[in-house]
Design a protein around this ligand. Structure first.
Ligand code: NDP
Length: 303
């Protein structure tokens, strides 16, 4: 059997960003409105810092207005809630994203609930969760949305397929299951208490790995020919790459799927890096334009 097709998320995300840019041009031409996305970062977490800068850069590159709010690590909940209220009431801001995690003095759920659901481009507000599960006009969490876009592009119709989602988090596993169900898949949601996980995975035509455990899902857990979407981003030591300047061992990124064994069994697979990861920000930009159109009574941009 030949190796799996590699689903190139990086290339797909670049195409999606082009479509977002074209939609922004059209929104501006039709209405004079420039879609705006506000990103709020509290504290100095290095990874969050990189994400926020990258989001702001790509927002501007797509022709949207980017509003960055960087608050001190010691910011109290009231100050953050006041800022969210201001952004909710600012009609130049169509999307609001609060970078997680937040420092421990702030109640994350309270902050997410304070965002106007129509500006909730991360799709974490319970109103959007409810809309997603009931087939309404939800803003859908970006990572699972990106996975479903890749799947539909590769497979066409997902109807009737057996899908397993390994992981049941609110930001990936559960919304992923809702999206697959909406595409008429038969969905299994697996988690740390699932009995015979390898056996259940072997029944799936579509396997989504969102576990956060490096290379946990092995090639012999995969049904021959299945489509595998690896959401995991795990940094592991890579002694074969030598040492960093500070003497510590170099590292590399791996997914939740053991790529080398999986690629020999699957029909198609997303790599890590370069698979699901790049789709997340592209889908965030897409959500911001969709939110802008809905808020201003403009036609859905169809992206
Ligand atoms: P969480 O830690 O919130 O959830 C992990 C899930 O995996 C839980 O439901 C847990 O089960 C389940 N799990 C843990 N261990 C096992 C096991 N041994 N067997 C079966 N299930 C298990 O993680 P997230 O959903 O936030 O993220 C998952 C992965 O996706 C991470 O690697 C993360 O870095 C990555 N990620 C990537 C993004 C991107 O590409 N842009 C965005 C978001 C996440 P239980 O509920 O029982 O504890």
């Amino acid at each position: 059997m030949s190796d799996a097709t590699i689903i190139d998320g990086k290339a797909f995300a670049a195409k999606l960003r082009e479509r977002v840019s074209a939609a922004v041009v059209k929104v501006k031409a039709d209405s004079g409105i420039t879609p705006g996305l506000a990103v709020v970062l509290v504290g100095n977490d290095p990874a969050s810092n990189v994400y926020v800068s990258s989001k702001a850069k790509q927002t501007a590159e797509c022709g949207m207005e980017s509003f960055e709010h960087r608050l001190d690590e010691s910011t109290d909940e009231g100050t953050l809630l006041t800022l969210i209220d201001k952004l909710n009431n600012d009609n130049k801001v169509n999307g609001i994203l609060v970078q997680l995690p937040l420092p421990s003095q702030i109640d994350e759920q309270k902050v997410l609930s304070a965002i106007n659901p129509d500006k909730d481009v991360d799709g974490f507000h319970t109103t959007n969760v409810g809309r997603l599960w009931t087939g309404g006009d939800a803003l859908v969490p970006c990572t699972p949305f990106g996975c479903s876009v890749l799947l539909k592009d590769f497979l066409g119709s997902l109807s009737g397929k057996n899908a397993i989602v390994v992981g049941r988090s609110n930001i990936v596993g559960k919304p992923m299951a809702a999206l697959l169900l909406a595409e008429s898949c038969t969905v299994t949601i697996a988690h740390s208490r699932t009995d015979d996980l390898p056996g259940k995975c072997r029944e799936a035509d579509i396997l989504i790995a969102a576990v956060g455990r490096p290379e946990m899902i092995k090639g012999d857990w995969i049904k021959p020919g299945a489509t595998v979407i690896d959401v995991g981003i795990n940094r592991i030591d890579a002694p074969e790459r030598g040492l960093k300047e500070d003497g510590s061992v170099k590292t590399r990124l791996v997914g939740d799927v053991e790529f080398d064994s999986a690629v020999k069994v699957a029909g198609a697979i997303t790599p890590v890096p370069g698979g699901v990861g790049p789709m997340t920000i592209a889908c965030l930009l897409r959500n911001a334009v969709v939110a802008c159109c809905r808020q201003n009574g403009l036609a859905d941009p169809g992206i």
